[in-house]
Structure formats: structure tokens, C-alpha cells
Ligand binder design. Structure first.
Ligand SMILES: N[C@@H](CCC(=O)N[C@@H](CS)C(=O)NCC(=O)O)C(=O)O
Length: 317
């Protein structure tokens, strides 16, 4: 049985995603009666046992492990603003920095924030300080110190709703607009793992290209793009005619995908077919607050688009 222990490359030249799997056993696919099937070269044992497939470079600090919790002791830094963000400019991280910049653009001075870099390629998400605010060890995480007891928030969808309610922006209070917005926000959080953990992993990061998973997740990703395209044929923004937290959640993933910026997969997925998504993402990406937010906690790509940490508005000017 061939086992490939090469870690997938974490390509920071494009929008990067977490690797939920850094290694995979290699299997051949076979065409049988028109269907691609995994070969039977691997028979799961009765009980799965973890084999450390991480590369030698991946230390105990960074490699994927089947257990949760802190791997080393380190407190989180704290700046002067009530809102302290711990993040990185992946699509999930960008959702929150865009929201904060949009709030500031609307004049909400209390939305000023410190954004500290949690470099997930270096294992920063496993520090004791980070795990204390997010036991799931994934960015983004936010602490609001303006409350009686500091309030820790994790999960990008939860953070977007919290900020929208705190500042009374980008989430309608009346129905049905509120339900529509939350529907699409929940759609994004539920759908993106098929795009990132499914398509992105097997197409861009897995150590061998396997037709069965790429085929399966390319189909699902195109179906999702078509869902958005059909919706955006009816409405200007995702959840209606107003820009909302649903757009902020969906654009860094599906907007970037349609722009060909994610996984270098624009041609493979024929993203030009989605004209309504293209019209919408151009409008969203043109927003100054979106452009500011997309730069925060970014340490790759063109230098003018990078800002490792943000502590006040002037850092982005
Ligand atoms: N459902 C979570 C997903 C967060 C997530 O997957 N974050 C990635 C970066 S985009 C991460 O921190 N990965 C680190 C790891 O998997 O170790 C959310 O929406 O906040």
C-alpha cells in the first residue's frame, strides 16, 4: 500500500485556506461502468489509528492532530481598543476585518480595533491564549473588552451577527429581510467547507491529484456558484437590495473564486459562466472598506496589499 507522506503546499500566493488534512493516502481511481470508484487498495481497519503524516518541517506545534487544546503556553497580546481581533487574512478572516472597516466607514468610532496576526501556518492558533478564546483553534476570534466581563467570540458568522447587532448595521431588524440575510449567512458557513475543505483541498493542496474527489467537489462547487448566480439574477446583493453581512461572508470565498483568485481554479471551473456573480463581486470588491479590510493581517502577495497588524485607521492610509 503506497502512502504519500508529503504535506500539501500551503500556497500563500493566493487566498489561502486552512488545511484540514495535510496528508492523504494515495489511492488510484478506476473507471467502472462509467463511474469513478476508489480502488480497494485501502481497507479501513476496525479502529482508526492516527499516523503522523506531517512533514518533518511541521513541528508538533503546527501539524494537524486529532486532538483539540493548547499545544504551548503563550498569552495573547492586547492593544488599546475595546475590540481585539486575532486573525489572518484568509477568506474567513477577511469577513470580519471588512465588517469592522465598513462600520468605521459609517462613522462608528467604537468599532476601532486592534488586529493581531495569528499565523496559522506557524501554529499560533494552538497557543494557550488563543485556545482560551476559541477552543476550536481557528481564526477569526474577537474579544470585546467594552462589556463588564470581556466577551470572547469565535466563528466568523457569530462574530458578524454580534457586530451587526452591537452597531445596528448590515443586518435588517425587520422581517423578512432579517431572515433572508441570516439564511444566506448560514448558507455560506454551511457551504464553504465543500469549497475549501473539499474542492480546494483536493484540487490545490492534496499531495496527489485524484479524479474522484476533484470531480465530486468541482460539481458541488459549480452547483453552489449557480445557486448564487440564480439568486443574484433577482437581487442586487445576496439577500436583497441592500449590502449586508451575508455579502461580507460570501464575497471573500465565492467572489474570490469567481475572480479566479482562489486555488487558481478560474479556468478549471469556467467561472466566466457566472455573470451575475461577476457583476456582484465587482461591486463588492470596489467598496473602499472592503479593500481596506482585505489587507488586514495579510503577510503575502503584493507588498502594497499587506498589513501584518492593524492598530489604528492610519495604518491602512
Ligand atoms: N467555521 C469557521 C471556520 C474557520 C476556519 O476554518 N479558519 C481557518 C482559516 S480560514 C483556520 O484557522 N485554520 C487553522 C487550522 O485549521 O488549524 C469560521 O467561519 O470562522
Amino acid at each position: 500500500m503506497a502512502i504519500n507522506i508529503t504535506a500539501a503546499v500551503f500556497d500563500l500566493s493566493m487566498h489561502s485556506l486552512p488545511l484540514t488534512l495535510r496528508s492523504t493516502k494515495q489511492h488510484q481511481t478506476k473507471l467502472i461502468y462509467g463511474k469513478y470508484l476508489m480502488s480497494d487498495s485501502y481497507t479501513p481497519p476496525p479502529v482508526w489509528i492516527w499516523q503522523d503524516h506531517n512533514t518533518p518541517q511541521a513541528s508538533a506545534r503546527t501539524g494537524n492532530q486529532p486532538v483539540a487544546g493548547a499545544r504551548f503556553e503563550q498569552e495573547l497580546p492586547r492593544g488599546e481598543h475595546p475590540l481585539q481581533l486575532y486573525s489572518m487574512a484568509t477568506p474567513n478572516g477577511v469577513k470580519v476585518t471588512v465588517m469592522l472597516e465598513e462600520l468605521l466607514a459609517k462613522g462608528h468610532k467604537e468599532a476601532e480595533y486592534d488586529a493581531w496576526l495569528i499565523d496559522i501556518t506557524a501554529g499560533d492558533q494552538f497557543s494557550s491564549g488563543f485556545v482560551e478564546i476559541n477552543p476550536n483553534s481557528k481564526i477569526p476570534a474577537l474579544v470585546d473588552h467594552s462589556t463588564d466581563t470581556p466577551l470572547a467570540l469565535f466563528e466568523s458568522g457569530s462574530i458578524l451577527i454580534y457586530l451587526a447587532e452591537k452597531f445596528g448595521e448590515f443586518l435588517p431588524t425587520g422581517q423578512p429581510a432579517r431572515a433572508h440575510t441570516l439564511n444566506w449567512l448560514a448558507w455560506q458557513v454551511g457551504s464553504a467547507p465543500y469549497l475549501g475543505g473539499g474542492f480546494g483541498h483536493f484540487y490545490a493542496y492534496a499531495p496527489s491529484k485524484q479524479e474522484y474527489p476533484i470531480d465530486r467537489f468541482a460539481m458541488e462547487t459549480k452547483r453552489q456558484l449557480d445557486v448564487l448566480d440564480k439568486q443574484l439574477a433577482k437581487t442586487e446583493f445576496i439577500a436583497g437590495n441592500n449590502y449586508s453581512i451575508a455579502d461580507m461572508a460570501i464575497a471573500p470565498w465565492y467572489g474570490a473564486l469567481q475572480a479566479g483568485e482562489l486555488y487558481n481554479a478560474g479556468e478549471f471551473l469556467s467561472v466566466d459562466e457566472y455573470a451575475n456573480v461577476e457583476r456582484w463581486r465587482k461591486a463588492v470588491f470596489a467598496r473602499p472598506a472592503y479593500q481596506r479590510g482585505a489587507r488586514v493581517n495579510r503577510f503575502w502577495g503584493p507588498e502594497e496589499n499587506q498589513l501584518k497588524e492593524r492598530h489604528n485607521a492610519a495604518d491602512l492610509d
